[in-house]
Ligand binder design. Structure first.
Ligand SMILES: [Zn+2]
Length: 554
């Protein structure tokens, strides 16, 4: 058909595959589920388009916009064609999924086996469960203050009179349980509407300060995070960390630089300080050593490798947004320099509580820093936490334009981000529809963590703006954020989406594919992992499922 050939010519997507997606989606539109049909048509064609687009590194901007225009016209043409889907196994899997989506046990069994792709919004510091953290703290003989007003912050050995060795948690179950409550979101897993969300959020962000001592050795964190990720089917971890082997040296450097609103001049000053290059090189070396050491800890070169060995890992260097401007600037510059120089660091990130008074005060300045510095490092990709709050919060705090500024070009004072983390407060923006169009045109992917948004913001997954992004054709990926501290994993995000939003199998598959296609990996790695994921889906779609009412699905 002429229409699909036109799309194929531009994007290199099989016309048959496009036709399949459109027909599958339109059959749902005809059956009355208009939203689901539309979402699926866009999402499934999207997934294929993304794979094709990533082949030539043209990130979606023209292709996807055109594709959607063609799709809108094309749906009417193919709706009555009655053609058979080309990929019968995918179609059968989709049909089976539709038949069991309201059967909780069968849906869970389906999602338990479905490939989920990569986790590309993941914090290394929040990627390890508390029992592992306690074990690491025991190995280091760390201590906890007896005075609980001291907030359960780990202390160096030897333990003083007013401190308890954490090793006592081995025998004292109540002590261990209390540590787990204080260090993780254990108390905040229940009903998201009835809890004090400000307390939940403060409790969460305070965890990182409590754990700082045990998190200096990233090899252990990486090993534990990889094992956890492998357990939920993750094949790629793009983990964000602000790790440096000498944080005191970094803080001393940042503290000794005077602020200068001329950011180009400030950059020259910082780069001219010999301590900066030493810090950059030591950080690059430490990240490489940490990753290598995690391979050893997991036994990756032995006959009995841990499943975590199968998780490919790359870093984003992360800057914390709640410090004074000069400190944030030095850290951002360090991140850009590290990402430009190290093949292991594929991007940069800006994170921490966006509602913090300093983060709110300096938000526009941070976007200007990111945008202006990007000119010196055109190859460095950036993902920013933006709009991680409720619409009403954004309106009350004057943060309505956070998402808009994060994606705006540098000439407009923006950070020109390639991806956004969360972006929950979409509708607080003065023109959300125009913003969605802008994100779709630029191929800005949104990293959505339904479980994180539920725990920290109280967002009911049913009302999550995930559906707004999907219907607008903005690329979406599902990610964990902090699976260790939130007692969550990547599969949980897919389950929340499948149960609460009217997504179907092709949409779930597109979400998984996007997690690799929109990763910051270089093309060769991205293609390799896309092929691996494609193979995983082929195996999955060959499953013989039992239908809800007995008998084989096919
Ligand atoms: Zn995050």
């Amino acid at each position: 058909m002429k229409l699909t050939r036109l799309v194929t010519d531009i994007l290199g997507v099989s016309s048959l595959a496009i036709l399949t997606a459109i027909i599958a989606a339109m059959s749902r539109v005809r059956s009355g589920d208009r939203l689901r049909g539309l979402v699926d048509a866009r999402a499934s064609v999207w997934g294929m388009a993304v794979a094709a687009v990533s082949r030539d590194r043209m990130r979606g901007a023209f292709g996807t916009t055109f594709l959607l225009a063609v799709l809108a016209a094309g749906c009417a043409q193919v709706a009555g064609s009655g053609a058979q889907p080309a990929d019968a196994r995918e179609a059968a899997t989709a049909a089976y999924f539709d038949s069991i989506r309201d059967e909780p046990a069968m849906l869970a069994a389906f999602l338990e086996r479905m490939p989920v792709g990569g986790d590309i919004h993941h914090h290394l510091g929040g990627g390890v469960r508390t029992p592992e953290l306690i074990r690491m703290a025991m190995d280091d003989r760390l201590c906890l203050p007896r005075d609980h007003a001291a907030q359960w912050v780990l202390q160096s050995p030897p333990c003083g009179e007013d401190e308890r060795p954490i090793a006592e948690a081995l025998e004292d179950i109540a002590f261990r349980r209390e540590i787990e409550r204080r260090w993780s979101m254990l108390d905040y897993l229940g009903d998201s509407t009835s809890m004090d969300r400000i307390a939940a959020s403060e409790h969460f962000f305070a965890s990182f300060g409590k754990l700082a001592l045990v998190q200096r050795d990233i090899s252990r964190l990486l090993a534990a995070a990889r094992t956890l990720a492998a357990g939920s089917g993750v094949i790629y971890l793009e983990t964000a960390t602000s790790h440096t082997p000498d944080p005191e040296a970094r803080d001393a450097l940042a503290g000794s630089v005077g602020w200068n609103d001329d950011l180009a001049a400030l950059r020259r000053t910082v780069l001219a300080d010999p301590r900066f290059a030493a810090l950059r090189d030591a950080t690059i070396e430490s990240l490489a050593q940490g990753l290598e050491a995690s391979d050893r800890l997991l036994g990756c070169n032995t006959g009995v490798p841990d499943p975590g060995c199968g998780v490919f890992v790359r870093f984003q260097h992360l800057t914390v947004r709640t410090f004074e401007p000069v400190v944030v600037f030095v850290n951002l510059l360090l991140a850009y320099e590290i990402a430009a120089a190290s093949p292991l660091v594929v991007g940069i990130n800006l994170a921490a509580a966006e509602t913090h008074p300093v983060a709110l005060r300096d938000y526009d300045l941070h976007m200007r820093m990111l945008g202006e510095l990007a000119a010196y490092y055109p190859a460095v990709r950036r993902s920013l936490h933006a709009g991680e709050m409720l619409d009403a919060q954004a309106a009350a705090l004057g943060a309505e334009r956070h998402i808009r500024l994060a994606v705006a070009p540098a000439e407009a004072g923006g950070a020109a981000a390639h991806r956004l983390g969360h972006a929950v407060a979409l509708k607080a923006d003065p023109q959300p529809d125009a913003l969605l169009v802008q994100m779709r045109r630029r191929g800005v992917a949104i990293e959505i963590s339904p479980e994180s948004n539920r725990q920290l913001l109280g967002v009911d997954p049913v009302n999550h703006p995930l559906v707004d992004y999907l219907t607008a054709g903005v690329p979406v990926v599902l990610a964990t954020d902090d699976p260790g501290l939130m007692l969550s994993d990547l599969r949980r995000q897919f389950a929340l989406a499948a149960r609460n939003v009217a997504v179907s199998y092709p949409t779930l598959k597109a979400l998984a594919t996007n997690s690799i296609a929109y990763s910051f990996l270089p093309q060769v790695d991205r293609q390799r992992l896309l092929r691996r994921l494609e193979g995983d889906f082929a195996v999955f779609e060959a499953t013989r499922w039992e239908t809800p009412h007995g008998g084989g699905a096919r």
